[in-house]
Design a protein around this ligand. Structure first.
Ligand SMILES: NC(=O)c1ccc[n+]([C@@H]2O[C@H](COP(=O)([O-])OP(=O)(O)OC[C@H]3O[C@@H](n4cnc5c(N)ncnc54)[C@H](O)[C@@H]3O)[C@@H](O)[C@H]2O)c1
Length: 186
């Protein structure tokens, strides 16, 4: 697909791991219809998906909490190709502040307002211990962040205009264990 001008639903379906019929149906919901016998125009499809997913514009991301998880996230190279730029890193530990991680100097927690203002970040990633997650969330929201991804195992309270997604790997493992146990019991 990379470098191609057109792509068939069969090729896209194979890449996505779904059936061609399902893929055509899903894309049709987004208003994308391929040409019979030709396929989908790649550039057009990319634009259309970008519009629907709201990822056309590059978004700056601030990661708060540069411990094990924050380090791994900051060093992950895969966000840029999805339109997210890790623009700043923040931590409360004086031993961590001032160190360089993935090419960025870690900034102090009391600078969240300035950091968000400088980077125009609309996305905040929270990777601090659970008891600190709400104050960090409040600081990010107060600074203008409207989308939050939190790894802390704690429900966050946010105003209506803010979207929160919580990643809970432990829950995913529990779900996996549940399905595995059921399958073994059969
Ligand atoms: N969802 C998951 O599957 C999953 C997996 C691993 C960890 N976690 C969670 O992610 C979070 C981070 O985990 P970790 O292993 O990286 O922890 P860690 O202790 O290695 O790192 C936490 C970092 O947050 C910083 N911090 C603490 N309070 C802060 C504040 N108010 N402002 C800014 N920085 C602050 C600390 O200085 C530290 O560097 C924890 O809440 C943990 O429970 C979730």
């Amino acid at each position: 697909m990379r470098g191609s001008r057109v792509v068939t639903s069969e090729e896209l379906a194979a890449a996505a791991g779904v059936s061609p019929a399902q893929l055509r149906k899903d894309l049709s919901f987004l208003g994308s219809y391929g040409r019979r016998g030709v396929g989908y125009d790649v550039a057009h499809l990319e634009r259309q998906l970008g519009e629907v997913l709201g990822v056309q514009t590059r978004r700056a991301v601030v990661i708060v909490g540069i411990g094990y998880l924050g380090h791994a996230l900051a060093s992950y190279g895969g966000f840029a190709e999805r339109g997210f730029e890790v623009a700043a890193l923040v931590d409360a530990d004086p031993q961590v502040v001032g160190t360089t991680v993935a090419g960025l100097v870690v900034e102090p927690a009391d600078a969240i307002g300035r950091v968000v203002g400088r980077t125009s970040a609309s996305v905040g990633v929270i990777a601090v211990p659970a008891p600190h997650a709400q104050p960090v969330c409040d600081a990010l929201v107060g600074a203008g962040v409207t989308a939050l991804l939190t790894f802390a195992p704690r429900a966050l309270h946010v105003p209506e205009h803010v979207t929160v997604r919580q990643v809970d790997v432990a829950s995913e493992l529990q779900i996996l264990a549940f399905h595995d146990a059921r399958r073994r019991a059969r």
